[in-house]
Design a binder for this molecule. Structure first.
Ligand SMILES: Cc1ncc(COP(=O)(O)O)c(C=O)c1O
Length: 435
């Protein structure tokens, strides 16, 4: 059993200093209850430690990239060797080639790869590529889907206005009206509406952008198949955002699980072994637009960046992919996720707390809801207060998670899963006044 976390003077002082220098004192887009916010000092395997000496089981995994856990020995060794030999050339390297072969080989139908520095940048370039390739300007995304920070996708991620579809609600100030006019929004997991809106807008629509695990809700097979079929029939590109699901749901990404072949795939997170990276992959036919030799042909799309495919990220990424590729990796990840979700389900049933568990691959997300969740609007019917209280109680007991949402790594053991389940039960009992 982990010790109860005691927040000390050091993290408090550092938090106050950070608040002076960083907007809100944080780096992420959501806030966390101030009483449990802390400053981490280091991580190893499935654990993190903060500057006050508290230990946590980590289920955030650096917002998902650390699928092998922290400081994995293979990745760390490769990085040490790399650091001694230069980290940035803005030129192709032998290690980039090895990494590229591995990534392109994993994604069916992919022939070329375009590296970027982050997932957001890859989304931005994929959308520009779709416009350049099709000669059309609009994109369709789904309500509730987060695809990073680029303007074109910063709509209807957490909308509050319940606008009629396909009207987009900006997530933030600062987005030009012209961008808003080029974005359409559809409800997730609704094949009928998706088909209708794609057909109606086919003359202007460059691409449909879909994350197959939007809000951690797995895309329904019929929905994803419909999007694939109707985009193809109407000359619209189907872009699958596998930034979270790539190399996580399966070696070949969520698309191998669904048996669906998008026109372009966006990857990030697990791809870089913990160093910032992103990429898009696709067939020559489309990807050749990114070739600078085509500049004067009217078929060129610019997508360069200083740190794209840099030696550090591709070295860490290659080492991580070599480990992930070992037989049995995904079976173990799935087994741990099943164990956690079964445990949590039983605890909620025994305490008569309504819960819906969303699970796809090694991602487990428990919502305190008594109705099914299939899209953004149905996901709103949940007990947010209980969720927020659980986030605090779990953290106090040494479980670092996004509330009741958990990313499982290859190094989480069944003992840790059971320990986490016990902590979950104690936290829930405490909130319910049962202990
Ligand atoms: C589905 C999805 N796409 C794109 C992104 C953006 O990636 P990055 O944070 O590397 O820019 C994220 C980030 O969380 C994501 O979850």
């Amino acid at each position: 059993m982990l010790n109860e976390v005691v927040k000390g003077k050091t993290s408090e002082e550092l938090l106050s200093d950070l608040e002076e220098f960083l907007p809100g004192g944080i780096v992420y887009r959501s806030t966390q209850d101030r009483s449990v916010r802390t400053i981490f000092s280091h991580g190893k395997g499935s654990r993190l430690w903060d500057v006050d000496g508290n230990e946590y089981i980590d289920y955030i995994l650096g917002s998902a990239p650390m699928i092998l856990g922290h400081a994995h020995p293979e990745v760390t060794k490769a990085l040490h060797d790399r650091v001694d030999n230069g980290t940035q050339f803005m030129q192709p390297t032998d290690i980039m080639l090895k990494h590229a072969k591995k990534v392109v080989g994993a994604i069916e139908g992919a022939e070329k790869i375009k590296y970027t520095g982050t997932g957001s940048e890859a989304v931005f370039i994929a959308l520009r590529l779709a416009r350049g390739y099709t000669g059309k300007s609009k994109i369709l995304k789904f309500e509730g889907a987060f695809h990073g920070t680029c303007d074109y996708v910063s709509f209807s991620t957490i909308p509050s206005l319940n606008l009629d579809f396909p009207n987009p609600e900006p997530d933030t100030q600062g987005i030009p009206k012209g961008v808003q006019d080029s974005v359409l929004i559809a409800p997730y997991n609704d094949p009928v509406y998706a088909e209708k809106i794609i057909r109606e807008n086919k003359d202007d629509l460059a691409a449909v952008l879909l994350c197959p695990q939007t809000l951690h809700i797995p895309a329904e097979q019929g929905f994803i198949d419909t999007v694939r079929k109707v985009t193809k029939e109407n000359g619209v590109l189907f872009i699958l955002d596998e930034v979270v699901t790539g190399f996580r749901v399966a070696w070949g990404g969520a698309q191998s699980h669904y048996g669906v072949k998008p026109d372009l795939t966006i990857l990030g997170k697990a791809l870089g072994g913990g160093i910032g990276i992103g990429c898009l992959v696709g067939p020559n036919e489309i990807m050749q637009y990114l070739d600078p030799a085509k500049k004067s042909t009217g078929e060129y799309v610019q997508g360069s960046g200083t740190f794209t495919g840099n030696p550090l990220a591709t070295t860490a990424g290659l080492a991580a992919l070599n480990v992930l590729e070992q037989p049995g990796t995904y079976e173990k990840l799935y087994k741990m996720a099943d164990r956690l979700s079964d445990n949590l389900q039983k605890i909620c049933e025994s305490l008569e707390v309504p819960a819906v568990i969303l699970k796809q691959g090694p991602t487990v997300d428990l919502k305190f809801s008594d109705t099914p969740i299939k899209d953004y609007r149905s996901s709103l019917n949940k007990d947010n207060e209980l969720h927020d209280n659980m986030a605090v109680e779990l953290m106090k007991r040494g479980v670092f998670s996004h509330g009741t949402s958990f990313y499982i790594s290859t190094v989480h053991t069944k003992e840790e899963i059971d320990e986490t389940s016990n902590i979950f039960e104690q936290s829930l009992r405490k909130i319910r006044g049962l202990i």
